[in-house]
Design a protein around this ligand. Sequence first.
Ligand code: EPU
Length: 420
Amino acid sequence: MSEHFRVEGGARLVGTVDVVGAKNSVLKLMAAALLAEGTTTLTNCPEILDVPLMADVLRDLGCAVEVDGATVTITTPAELNHEATSPSVGKLRASVCVLGPLVGRCKRAVVALPGGDAIGQRPLDMHQSGLRQLGASSTIEHGNVVAEADELRGAQIWLDFPSMGATENILMAAVLASGTTVIDNAAREPEISDLCTMLTQMGAKIEGAGTSTLTVHGVDRLEPTEHRVIGDRIVGATWGFAAAITRGDITVRGVDPHHLDLVLEKLRMAGADVSLVEDGFRVVMDERPKAVDFVTLPYPGFATDLQPFAIAMAAVADGTSMITENLFESRFRFIEEMVRMGADARTDGHHAVVRGLERLSAAPVWASDIRAGVGLVLGGLCADGVTDVWDVFHIDRGYPQFVENMQRLGANIQRVAEQA
Ligand code: EPU
């Protein structure tokens, strides 16, 4: 039995939505708990499928993990198992983030190559090269990343690209290395800053959080801590786009609006009235959105995770938009589904040209990843008729209470369980 969402177009979304902790933060913070023996508590965690999956990965390593609503408690033993090769590992990308902590704590790690979204190539060369520079060997053997070190020593590391995952793994290995590590061209996403905050609370010595140069002075041991996960800027921005696309009025709470400065500016350029409110922002749109161009780049650029929503907005905007995808080549697969809904969009390499139409036309469509799934629901909200979005388990991996929040804002959307 597979589930799908049935979306009826035409509603204007109005109301307030509360956003909880970020998927792309909590999963890394759970991995960071491996670095300290004892009990680490994370609050404001999102109730999404990926959290229990990551809990299973940590359990296989010897941790006791309790997921109780928005609170995740992880008790890490003195001796960890260093092999993360169970089927759970293959189900989510963030499982690769146990690599750095395992090498830091156990001096060896065997981690199954991770799964996650089908959005294009996701090599681990920078993760491996960073660990090698810290003194570990790293190879791919029988579908696993294998890393081993007698001792981890601080090093100067330049990343070819500010990769989130590579920054996180190198950082989490470096906190327990001897001496000083400098990671240059590090990722600057707010989720990396959140990880630095938690590691610092645990006793790590990190300078430059939120900048592209992270300096880490290794320490002998870390202590467990309690930490509140930062609000999910990608989910927050999703609701901003939902307001712009449905000519609605949505107040988003629980997100730092400064994590979305560029996004909110783009929504203003599209004609929305955007204001900051306590603990969030409000997007009001009274007219058809105007066409706006988007280029995806690492933070503080426009996030690749928001690209499907930019395309959904462009599909109903007044004018022609050019969208450039610089991170994940397969993310434009989403456009094929939008074209089923009548969108006038075509791609050439990593550029897409979208000519806006007044309305889309409802059709059965298939989600290929979390954000593509949500983008299709947004498309369905401005289509004539009823759109069935299939493979919605992707959406459940990253959006807590998605259907319920949509319904509260006035969307005509139902979760339906039946055969495709
Ligand atoms: N890359 C390499 N070599 C590496 C690592 C990355 O070439 O060793 C390349 C990738 O192929 C990609 C670019 O560097 O072109 C950026 O990848 P990055 O490592 O930053 O991505 P990630 O850590 O695998 C996280 C998020 C993604 C998000 C990207 C970019 C998690 C679990 N995933 O992935 O989120 O799109 O950063 O911001 O944190 C999502 O939430 O829907 C999602 C896919």
